[in-house]
Design a protein around this ligand. Structure first.
Ligand SMILES: Nc1ncnc2c1ncn2[C@@H]1O[C@H](COP(=O)(O)OP(=O)(O)OP(=O)(O)O)[C@@H](O)[C@H]1O
Length: 310
């Protein structure tokens, strides 16, 4: 893994003025974290701590009160096709078929491509999410919620953004559909060099999908307190992952944070014990390696462990 982060979130702060002229609402303050190229990072925190606001800043749809974000060494400003977003509510164009929704994004990304090439490329991504054989010609209103979400994932992947931003993309889906689309997401991501940043409320989903999970304290004055490494090799399957030695250590750590420490740490804007002597970075935690000998940790913490895609 290269030591230069792909995405650097630096002292990000968001405040809203009070409607009655009182103190402003500080949603979060001095948020710092880095993401490396090709990583799959989830962020978890209680409702209202500011996850969607961070996502919107990364997407270029909102601006922070102070602080900034750089991607590939360049300061972000405004939306860009280098960053693809999938929201919980699909955000498809209702008057276009599934295929045309994907084509719409691909055309914008590759204005120089021929009509045939755009169509072929778009169809390929719908195929990857299992949405062909007639479904590609249906409009969003003629598709189920799971199918619509697949279209929106296909559209985001088809534009091949360097950074894929997922805001609770599976929140509204039933468990079976959710599982299928999670598998498809991991399959497509595995075959690419894309970086994924995803909001979820589901700790099991985060453990299944992520290389790292960022934990946010409660707002106001929320911050990212920890970066929890998911030291479980890939490929991971829903059925097998629960038998991995580290699974419950990680799960208990995340659940305990959400149940207790997210409140205890709330309002403490500076978290001690930062990464690599950098007090501004969230503390790195490796629950799966608790009780593991240091020689085993040396091999388990090889930078490549987190990068092995399945
Ligand atoms: N325009 C606004 N004016 C004032 N406060 C706002 C505005 N937009 C958002 N907020 C506040 O900012 C905070 C963070 O909102 P955000 O949607 O980012 O949280 P979240 O962690 O994504 O929540 P959830 O998990 O419920 O989606 C909330 O307390 C919200 O009330």
């Amino acid at each position: 893994m290269t030591n230069i982060p792909f995405l650097e979130v630096d002292l990000l702060t968001k405040r809203y003025p009070s409607p009655d002229g009182g103190d402003p609402l500080t949603v979060f303050e001095n948020i710092n974290f880095d993401i490396y190229k090709g990583e799959f990072v989830c962020i978890i925190g209680h409702s209202g701590c500011g996850k969607s606001t961070i996502m919107n800043v990364l997407a270029g749809l909102d601006t922070p009160t102070s602080g900034g974000v750089t991607m590939d060494g360049k300061e972000l400003s405004g939306p860009s096709l280098d960053r693809g977003v999938v929201f919980q509510n699909y955000s498809l164009l209702p008057w276009l078929s599934a295929l045309k929704n994907v084509i719409f994004g691909v055309k914008a990304r590759h204005p120089d491509w021929s009509k045939e090439k755009v169509r072929e490329h778009s169809y390929h991504y719908l195929e990857l999410v299992g949405l062909v054989n007639g479904a590609e010609n249906r409009k969003p209103s003629q598709l189920s919620g799971g199918m619509r979400q697949r279209v929106s994932i296909a559209r985001a992947f088809a534009i091949q953004p360097k950074l894929l931003l997922l805001d609770e993309p599976f929140g509204a889906l039933d468990a079976l559909t959710r599982g299928t689309i999670q598998d498809e997401l991991i399959r497509i991501w595995s075959g690419s060099d894309q970086t994924v940043f995803m909001i979820t409320h589901d700790v099991d989903e985060a453990i299944l999908l992520a290389d790292r999970v960022l934990l946010m304290t409660n707002g106001p004055y929320a911050t990212v307190a920890e970066s929890v490494a998911i030291d479980i090799p890939r490929p991971r399957s829903r059925a097998d992952i629960i038998h991995h030695d580290g699974y419950y250590k990680i799960r208990n750590h995340l659940v305990e944070f959400l149940a207790k420490r997210s409140k205890d740490l709330a309002g403490i804007s500076k978290i001690s014990g930062g990464q690599n002597d950098d007090p501004q970075q969230p503390k790195i935690v490796r629950p799966a390696l608790d009780g593991v000998s240091s020689s085993e940790i040396d091999s388990a913490t090889s930078p490549n462990l987190l990068k092995v895609k399945g």
